[in-house]
Design a protein around this ligand. Sequence first.
Ligand code: F0G
Length: 466
Amino acid sequence: MSLTDLAVQRCISPSCGATYSTSEALVACGKCGSLLDVVYDWNRGKPPTSLKDFEQMWSRRHEPLRFSGVWRFHELLPFANPAAVVTVGEGQTLLQQADGVAKYVGLNAGRLYLQYEGMNPSGSFKDNGMSAAFTHARAIGAKRAACASTGNTSASLAMYCSVTKLMKAIIFVGSGKISYGKLAQALDYGALTVQIAGDFDDAMARVKEVSRDLGIYLVNSVNPFRLEGQKTIMFRVLEALRWEVPDWIVVPGGNLGNSSAFGKAFSELLELGLIDRAPRLAVINAVGANTLYELYENRKMRWDSATGDMCQACNYYKELDRDGKKASTLASAIEINRPVNLTKCLRALEVCDGVVREVTDQDIMDAKAQVGTGGIGCEPASAASVAGAKMLRREGVIAADDRVVCILTGHLLKDPTATVAYHTTDQDQFNKVLGSRGVKRASFANRAVAVPNDLDEIIKAIQLYS
Ligand code: F0G
């Protein structure tokens, strides 16, 4: 048996609460249409009595199960038997103290950490969730897997398919809506790539229909197993802080899978008595793709222990349709107006006393350049977390001495176009890529120096600029 008998899938709406076996591939409750959670019978499972117990796993890093940054926490996501997990070595990521970025954000030295998920095999945090989804898909015998993507989910899916040969990848992307770094991965890894004449929200709606009609396994974050893998990002953060809970987790918000997974991780750790408080959660939207911000901060939509009015979202989406409003940000990874995990994210914001902010593309690009100066580059969407932390610090919501962890979700090389345009001396290139999105300045540009092909001139330039 690949799947354990410790887990079921359960509707997140307590008034429904329908449960389903983990042997089913589901993306919504069959009775009420709400999202599903994977829930565990912790009394029969063997969760650790202390998070420190995980340190013993470090000495067993030669075993694939304990090498994986996801599966070494297997006891906290025990839906599959240890022998049946799929891993390609995901989750070897880094929590880096970043004093330069702390200064930029307005935090005291030693208080800002960057959780660099760009170190994953496909270059983004998605591999955490993909290893869990693949473990589930293999257990139930799926042959084809699909996703809609702004690029990272598709790169991760394509990579897991090509490495493991377990399934054939079919990816749906919006036309012209995906950066070259990510498209290159999907193409190179051999995924069937379907470019929809529309944006991510259109592709998402279509892939759900196609997967349902053709019986294809869907790996978007509506798949509850994906989020089980993404919980482990928080376990690694705690591990790197020697199991101390930080004051803040700051994460970009797109389809809201991460924020939802983080909330679930902390509520389970609280339930198990493994932590005594949850950190506060800040989810950061781009101004041009700000559904969560609009609903949570402006319209005060709340989970309210599942009694909140979820129709507020439907009404908002009707307004978007009426006004023909599409998501638009150069942080293409989070260019999403209809986040599929909205309700789970609202629940996470409740668990973690959360806040939501929106940041401009200018804020994002400047924060990104500051992160890069510290030597671990990220793609634009990731830098929304740093820009958001700066905003919250300026507002006094985050205090100067709070311990803050910003999640860097994807690697710099995912979207070199935006980075090169930011640093360029070519005004046309700047305007085309960034100016068209409202970015006016490259406040922290590191300009290339043009010199003639002449030894004296080169030496002169180096002496002048270094
Ligand atoms: N950052 C990056 C680099 C992403 O690729 C994504 C999502 C997010 C942040 C947002 O995360 O959805 O958990 O709120 N990318 C998806 C994709 C949508 O298709 O690759 P979220």
